[in-house]
Design a protein. Structure first.
Length: 341
């Protein structure tokens, strides 16, 4: 059994702590805000994010990061906007052989860097493992069977995380395609917002299925341009994560999209959801990356216009449906010198 420090008291951090303790690991759960730690300790659960999920008294809760020192594994479980600050703080408690993992999904605003790149800038002497795939915190915490991917440049570190965290309810595959796994996890949130808009507008199953299918095509197009393996996007970190995020009310991205589809402004929808909506943040980064890399991403472009340029949703849908005709086999267009759609 391992000694695990989890940084972040959001739903995923608490879920990982509950699961890891359930299967015999020694767990320290660190949170930045003492009042939140005290509430979880007092109530024995995270009432806002995981009501009804018991946080066992054997899980050490603390807002003093020094108490997380000496861990075999440190897991960063914070939103994308907090990943640099958290990685910088984590540096001070890492031992020589500590393996660093991250469950954050997104891109750094402004720089458009993948989160592993951000972490590596702050923790340069440890290999980083990215955990991604279809994995709602609500289900992990309750022991629902879940399968994810551990991606790293270092095979030994990825396999260590696989061996350490795998259990009767969590199956982990390993991958060396860090770029693909990270981009799949970050960009599917954009498509999930769009899927929610479809549901909010009551567009039906056909439109949503088309959106998801063409959405993964856009994600793969940008990903392979950036060096990812195309096969990754047909796996757990690609289509797997896309399906679960586009179809579940556990997804705050999906819920935000529903509210926008029902007539709320993006700001009103985000406020109603009340938590970080990674898909809205990632839309701006993906839009800028696509322009920089000269990659066609029409769904991303239309959502960007809706979120940041006040474009009417129905006009955005009309513009998507009215785009020039294309062949679905994108290689034909690539060979012909035209951009795929």
């Amino acid at each position: 059994m391992a000694k695990i420090t989890i940084m972040g008291t959001g739903g995923f951090g608490v879920a990982l702590a509950v699961m890891s303790h359930r299967f015999g690991h020694t767990v320290t759960l660190w949170g930045k805000f003492p009042e939140e730690i005290n509430q979880i300790r007092s109530w024995g659960e995270h009432k806002k994010l995981l009501p009804g999920v018991a946080v066992h008294s054997g899980i050490h809760l603390t807002s003093d990061l020094e108490e997380g020192r000496g861990a075999d594994v440190v897991i960063l479980a914070v939103p994308s906007f907090a990943i640099r600050e958290t990685a910088r703080a984590a540096q001070s408690i890492l031992g020589e052989n500590t393996v660093v993992a991250s469950v954050a999904k997104g891109l750094e605003s402004g720089s458009q860097k993948r989160l592993s790149q951000v972490i590596e800038e702050e923790i340069s002497d440890h290999s980083i493992v990215i955990l991604s795939g279809p994995s709602h915190a609500e289900e992990i915490a309750r022991g629902v069977p879940t399968t994810i991917v551990a991606a790293s440049k270092c095979r030994e570190s990825a396999e260590y995380i696989q061996d350490t965290l795998s259990n009767k309810t969590l199956r982990i595959y390993v991958s060396d395609d860090v770029i693909g796994v990270e981009l799949g996890g970050a960009l599917k949130n954009i498509i999930a917002v769009c899927a929610g808009i479809c549901d909010g507008l009551q567009l039906g199953d056909n439109a949503k299925a088309a959106l998801m299918t063409r959405g993964i095509a856009e994600i793969a197009r940008l990903g392979t341009t950036m060096g990812a393996d195309a096969e990754t996007f047909s796996g757990l970190a690609g289509i797997g994560d896309l399906i679960v995020t586009c179809t579940s009310m556990h997804s705050r991205n999906h819920r935000t999209g529903i509210l926008i589809g029902q007539g709320l402004t993006p700001d009103e929808a985000i406020e109603r959801v009340g938590m970080t909506v990674e898909g809205c943040i990632a839309t701006k980064s993906a839009y800028e990356l696509a322009r920089e890399k000269h990659v066609s991403m029409p769904i991303v472009e239309q959502l960007y216009d809706v979120l940041y340029r006040n474009k009417d949703i129905k006009q955005a849908i009309s513009d998507l449906m009215g785009r020039p005709k294309r062949h679905e086999n994108e290689k034909i267009w690539l060979q012909g010198g035209n951009e795929p759609a």
